[in-house]
Design a protein around this ligand. Structure first.
Ligand code: B12
Ligand code: SF4
Length: 524
């Protein structure tokens, strides 16, 4: 019997309750293809309790006859993965190593240069992992026969064509009650052209989006309900895609199942598209009424900017006023939302910044912005990276996040961005963990109030910074904002303490709050 370990890495960017869906999905596919001829075990490698991966490597050393170790390496886990793989090599365990997820997909060189015997799977991995096992079983594997692969042979990097698996294999869920569960109803993005977005690689003839069979999606939801799960998120990048009917059928099915709460991600033109007929426009709105009725509790909206020129640079294909209309429509239907926003990009101008602030202060939705002080992550394999290279603004590459450093073209924007990003860096651990509680609980009032208060405070601070441009050479943060932020964190601490709610997410949040308050006491 073939013995396979699939390991999911957790770093600073993966909240502790993020479900290891990548490896669960791969395990599901392996079980579906090989049944009892394969033994698959899922493991977690979390830098919070095993910072260099050596503990897990040593544990594996005590296990006998391991054939394949598959490692899932998302952003922020590069050094953790290297530590683990180095330790495996040191203790002379040499199973076949297979690497997947964002970092191996977009920075294969950073792994192959250290581990030339490893196989890199690029993009969706179910077909590839099954074919790898198939080849491994022959005893003289021919890796050219496996799709979506990168490997070294004779000192050269060999690349095989990428395929997108089309079948939905039911994930082999790993302790689902301990995580916030995700379900896929589609893959890819039907729009597929934003200049900053890295998507899974695909062959030129593959369509950029497809829906899984709706009955199988609903079967998975119903199964999870039998396991005691009542809250989940759709993992889809583009839940609606170009398939309103499929989305409607999911809504009807979920309503029938009943008792579920869920979130999903949308483009703004999934809600309002100015180029469509009135009939289609009302069908779109009706879809969101149906979804709300079925338990939709949070919408992630990829707004990104409310400056038309910035939106054009991002390749979003929408105008600010249409985004505003879509956001207001969802607000009117009464579905809570979180707006994706990328305020600072290296080519931002002061007038674009003012345009953003204008929309945000004249409407009521700034409280929904997930992270106002976001800066564009210029990732490898994106059009934006090419644009910056051409402009001479591209800096060094970081394999841990697959992004490049860059310079801002405008000095004033650079000053404001530096202040805001420092602020974000200081509060991010607390804020991100509180937002994670809000995103995965749907009913946590303390965390919801806290994240909203921080968002409104940040918008006020940005307005203050913008107005200080006109006071010569004096763009700096007013200490009022620092005091206020400290007090908000302190209040959250008291509320958590008095509510006596306990969960791993709240536990990590409380630790982060203590760290923040300890570091910042000097400002009082
Ligand atoms: C839920 C989610 C999150 C959650 C939890 C993520 C987690 N890691 O557990 C949170 C909020 C924490 C998050 C954070 C971020 N995310 Co996110 N996230 C998603 C989302 C919506 C769903 C992920 C998912 O469940 N996919 C379904 C599973 C089955 O796919 P998968 O994980 O990719 O696994 C497949 C392959 O990657 C591969 N594979 C993976 N591991 C392995 C291992 C082996 C051995 C093999 C063979 C294959 C293999 O095979 C798997 C099955 O096909 C995706 C969009 C999407 N639909 O993928 C974005 C997405 C992954 N996120 C993205 C980004 C940019 C981020 C952040 C960097 C955002 C930020 N600025 O902080 C961070 C950090 C990176 C990360 N993803 O962990 C991008 C990634 C782009 C890229 N290629 O780098 C995506 C694609 C969204 C987008 N279009 O921009 N994310
Ligand atoms: S940012 Fe969203 S809409 Fe744009 S290409 Fe990426 S997944 Fe598609």
């Amino acid at each position: 019997m073939i013995k396979v370990f699939l390991i999911r890495c957790y770093g600073t960017m993966q909240p502790p309750n993020a479900e290891p869906l990548a490896v669960e999905t791969l395990a599901g596919a392996l079980k579906q293809r090989f049944g009892n001829q394969i033994n698959v075990e899922l493991l977690m490698l979390d830098e919070r309790d095993d910072p260099d991966g050596s503990k897990l490597a040593d544990r594996l050393a005590s296990r006998s006859a391991i054939d394949i170790v598959g490692l899932s390496i998302p952003q922020s886990t590069y050094f953790l993965a290297l530590g683990f793989l180095n330790r495996l090599r040191e203790i002379l365990i040499s199973p076949l190593i297979v690497l997947g997820h964002a970092l191996p997909t977009h920075a294969p060189d950073a792994f192959l240069s250290n581990f030339p015997d490893a196989l890199i799977v690029r993009g969706w991995g179910e077909t590839a992992i099954c074919d790898i096992v198939e080849q491994y079983r022959t005893g003289s594997p021919d890796w050219y026969k496996v799709h979506s692969l990168m490997f070294m042979q004779g000192g050269r990097v060999i690349t095989t064509p990428v395929v997108w698996p089309r079948t939905l294999s039911s994930p082999l869920r790993f302790r689902p009650l301990d995580f916030f569960v995700r379900i896929e109803s589609s893959r890819g993005c039907h729009y597929d052209v934003c200049t900053f977005c890295t998507r899974q690689p695909r062959g030129s003839k593959t369509s950029s989006w497809f829906r899984f069979p709706v009955d199988l999606v609903l079967k998975e939801v119903a199964y999870l309900q039998t396991q005691g799960i009542t809250k989940f998120t759709f993992a889809d990048e583009d839940f609606v895609g170009n398939d309103l009917e499929g989305a409607e059928n999911i809504a009807y099915g979920l309503k029938e199942i009943g008792g579920m709460q869920f979130s999903l991600s949308l483009r703004v033109d999934n809600v309002y598209n100015p180029n469509e007929s009135d009939v289609l426009a009302s069908r779109r709105l009706n879809l969101f009424h149906l979804l709300k009725d079925a338990g939709l509790s949070l919408v992630y909206f990829g707004v990104e900017s409310l400056s038309d020129t910035q939106l054009k640079r991002y390749g979003k294909g929408v105008r600010a006023k249409d985004s505003v209309r879509a956001v207001e429509a969802i607000e009117e239907i009464g579905i809570p939302m979180e707006l994706g926003y990328i305020l600072f990009d290296p080519l931002l101008t002061v007038s674009e910044l003012q345009e953003n602030v204008h929309w945000l202060t004249t409407r009521s939705f700034s409280k929904y912005i997930g992270q106002l002080f976001n800066n564009l992550r210029v990732q490898r394999d994106t059009a934006f990276a090419n644009l910056l290279k051409y402009r001479g603004l591209l800096g060094e590459f970081n394999p841990n996040t697959i992004e490049y450093n860059y310079k801002y073209q405008d000095h004033t924007v650079a000053k404001i961005a530096t202040i805001c990003l420092k602020w974000k860096e200081e509060i991010d651990e607390v804020y991100a963990l509180a937002r994670n509680v809000q995103r995965t609980d749907f009913n946590s009032t303390h965390c919801e109030i806290f994240v909203r208060q921080i968002r409104l405070l940040e918008l006020d601070m940005l307005k203050q910074l913008l107005s200080s441009i006109y006071i010569k050479n004096d763009i700096k943060i007013d200490s009022y904002f620092l005091y206020h932020r400290y007090n908000l964190v302190d209040q959250l601490k008291q509320k958590i303490r008095s509510s006596q709610i306990t969960s791993p997410s709240i536990h990590f949040l409380s630790l982060a709050i203590d760290r923040f308050l300890e570091q910042k006491t000097e400002i009082l």
